[in-house]
Design a protein around this ligand. Structure first.
Ligand code: COA
Length: 182
């Protein structure tokens, strides 16, 4: 099922969003760790990327992986968008929006009604339909990554949530395997 056409069509018509493959793992790791070095994300090892590969979507252009995003199921009614990173030269072109849109499609397909993110970029998440929520309202299981985070009690991330509600798909179609823009 193709993701909705968005405003980037015309700028990046040859960009594809698809489920990650083994061949994307090293690029995913580099994208995430580039931002981890700039204190914007948590470091991920290549082993962690392989272990969680099925949760990842990637944006690809001319054979290059230029963005990634993971959707992790937390519980029956909740999933998390994690590890969203766009190649620094390709930011601001709608790729983050395309990846989040595809992750929300995955959540709908899975029948999950709410998706949240813990982020330092709340304005971006507002642009893609999320609203601020109280961290205390998220379940304990969400905080497993905090043990690995150097900030710990100094946490400056904002919790954002998007309720899919009646949008949740009952179709049973596989949502994102290969979505061509343009
Ligand atoms: C944040 C990030 C994922 C956004 O992806 P992107 O591809 O650059 O964003 P898009 O081009 O899809 O932007 C969509 C909208 O959000 C806005 N936006 C994007 N980043 C923004 C920011 N940091 N602050 C305010 N608005 C922002 C854009 O202006 C655009 O607005 P528009 O709809 O009015 O045109 C990307 O910049 C990134 O990888 N940042 C570094 C890693 C990071 O912080 N990841 C988030 C971890 S949760």
């Amino acid at each position: 099922m193709p993701v909705e056409k968005g405003p980037i069509c015309g700028i990046l018509c040859d960009m594809e969003v698809h489920n990650a493959k083994v061949s994307d793992a090293k690029a995913i790791c580099s994208l995430i760790n580039y931002y981890a070095e700039h204190d914007k994300m948590l470091f991920r090892s290549l082993a962690e990327i392989y272990e969680n590969l099925q949760t990842f979507l990637v944006a690809e252009q001319e054979g290059k992986t230029i963005g990634c995003c993971a959707l992790e199921v937390i519980w029956a009614d909740l999933a998390e968008i994690k590890s969203l990173a766009i190649d620094s030269e390709n930011r601001g072109k709608g790729i983050g929006t395309a990846l989040v849109t595809a992750a929300l499609e995955q959540a709908r397909y899975l029948g999950i009604p709410q998706v949240f993110a813990l982020t330092l970029e709340p304005r971006f998440f507002e642009r893609v339909g999320f609203t601020v929520t109280r961290k205390e309202d998220l379940p304990m299981k969400v905080w497993s990554d905090c043990a690995k985070c150097p900030k710990q009690s100094e946490c400056d991330e904002v919790a954002m949530i998007r309720r899919l509600g009646d949008d949740v798909s009952q179709s049973g179609e596989i949502p994102v395997q290969r979505s061509l823009w343009g």
